[in-house]
Write a protein that binds this ligand. Structure first.
Ligand SMILES: O=C1O[C@H](COP(=O)(O)O)[C@@H](O)[C@H](O)[C@H]1O
Length: 232
């Protein structure tokens, strides 16, 4: 599938540009079906984008927001992607959006994944908008190199939903939407910043195994065109 590059002068211009494009896509989905769904990534990159998007004047009470992936940690942890989204996106105009967590305070991550799969079933078939990030190791979502269930997660035949993942580079056990849940979003975005990540992207775009740099699965096999948003 085609990948389209959107380059901005700096992170703040990128945040505004991406927020505008996402707002347009969510508004179009609301106009068509009455509701919209958005799955966002965590990590350090999306904060400015979340803040810009939270100011968009769209019908947020008709938007369901969830996470592409999450750590199996409670929302009061500073490692929680849920906390990041609640503090930076679900504020101001966006405070009325409906949030669907991936973390549940269950005995195991597997229990939480099963609950999250049930709770998000109505919004991921397909998602209207998915915003992916990418780590310097080439992971996206929680598709980590060496991940315990990487092959299953990247198999397009694995059903839509949330599964668990463990990997050396991941820290805590993870919860992640499967590749099949993300790859056909109405708007599929890879949001990366900095020259280091641009170099990682260039390596991922070269020949090599998907398992070494799992972002390759998205670059090579996503059904939807991948919109790459980058700023230095
Ligand atoms: O572990 C994670 O990292 C990636 C990338 O994060 P960044 O800090 O390099 O921006 C992120 O996409 C993913 O959602 C998160 O769980």
């Amino acid at each position: 599938m085609t990948n389209e590059m959107h380059t901005f002068d700096n992170g703040s211009a990128l945040a505004q540009g991406l927020a505008g494009a996402v707002s347009t896509a969510l508004s179009a989905a609301i106009a068509k079906r009455g509701t919209a769904s958005l799955a966002v990534s965590g990590g350090s990159t999306p904060k400015a984008f979340f803040k810009a998007l939270s100011q968009s004047a769209i019908a947020w009470n008709k938007v369901s927001v969830t996470l592409v992936d999450e750590r199996f940690v409670a929302p009061d942890s500073d490692r929680s992607n849920e906390r990041l989204v609640k503090d930076n996106l679900l504020i101001d105009a966006a405070a009325s959006a409906l949030f669907e967590p991936l973390y549940y305070p269950t005995p195991t991550a597997e229990n939480a994944a099963a609950t999250a799969t049930k709770q998000t079933a109505a919004i991921c078939s397909p998602f209207d908008v998915v915003i992916l990030g990418m780590g310097t190791d080439g992971h996206t979502a929680s598709f980590f190199p060496g991940g315990s269930r990487l092959a299953e997660a990247l198999d397009v035949g694995t059903p839509r939903g949330v599964m668990t993942m463990e990997a050396d580079g991941a820290g805590e056990p993870r919860l992640t939407f499967t590749f099949s849940s993300l790859q056909d979003a109405g708007m599929l975005v890879l949001h990366i910043e900095g020259n280091g990540k641009k170099d990682v992207l260039a390596r991922a775009q070269a020949d090599g195994e998907e398992a070494e740099m799992p972002i390759r699965a998205v670059l090579r096999r996503a059904k939807s065109p991948l919109q790459i948003y980058w700023a230095p």
